[in-house]
Design a protein around this ligand. Sequence first.
Ligand code: CNA
Length: 238
Amino acid sequence: MKTNLELLKSWIRESKSAVFFGGAGVSTESGIPDFRGVDGLYRQKFEYSPETIISHSFFKKDPAYFFRFYREKMLPLGFEPNITHRVLARLEEEFHLAAVVTQNIDGLHQKAGSRRVYELHGSVLRNYCMKCGKFHPAETVRDAEGIPLCHCGGIIKPDVVLYEEALDEKTLMGAVAAISKADLLIVGGTSLTVYPAAGLLNYYRGKRLVLINRDETPYDGQADLVFHESLGTIFSQL
Ligand code: CNA
């Protein structure tokens, strides 16, 4: 009788088009807090809820407050990929993994070497002037005082999908295509409560759905294998 871990290993070896779908929990072991885990942002107290502050309407209403929060709580610069990012990059190189679909905005999958990454919620590493469209590195946003401004006077906006904003069409289509063609879907480090991202699981047609998450998720009942453990514990054995 195979253990769950042995089963997972054999499914990965047999797979030709596996996809990893992940969230903030993938980067907690790099030191970046998630939103809903034990030390997550949602357990801390702010004047407004994080959903309110990182919404499009709040950004328009009070960009100075938005950027204060964004810089302090959401701009993960100077962090390194952990074992999960690195093993995923290796699996892609070995042709066992077709793509990573992530809700993260920290760029750590690419930093670890993954090439086919669909960033559903954008990236803090890309920032554009809302007036002239000029690109600015994340350091410009980090180091600015108050609202980061371009030379032309426009506000520099991070290329991050805020609440009330639509996902990028091309990224979404790429993610849907990868998931619907996958023969193994490994979901990890996500509470699966943020839509439409979590709804992408419904495009999966394969027989092997694996969930690796410290806490329970609404999709646990649909999975063929569930690990309520940290990703590092599982991925360090793959
Ligand atoms: P979430 O709602 O905060 O859920 C994270 C889940 O991961 C929780 O259920 C935890 O139990 C679980 N978890 C935390 N650490 C680990 C671990 N080491 N191993 C296994 N499970 C773990 O985050 P979601 O991604 O589901 O929510 C989507 C939001 C969070 C997206 O919009 C992201 O942009 C946003 N976010 C991103 C980052 C980042 O880029 N690193 C950080 C914080 C939030």
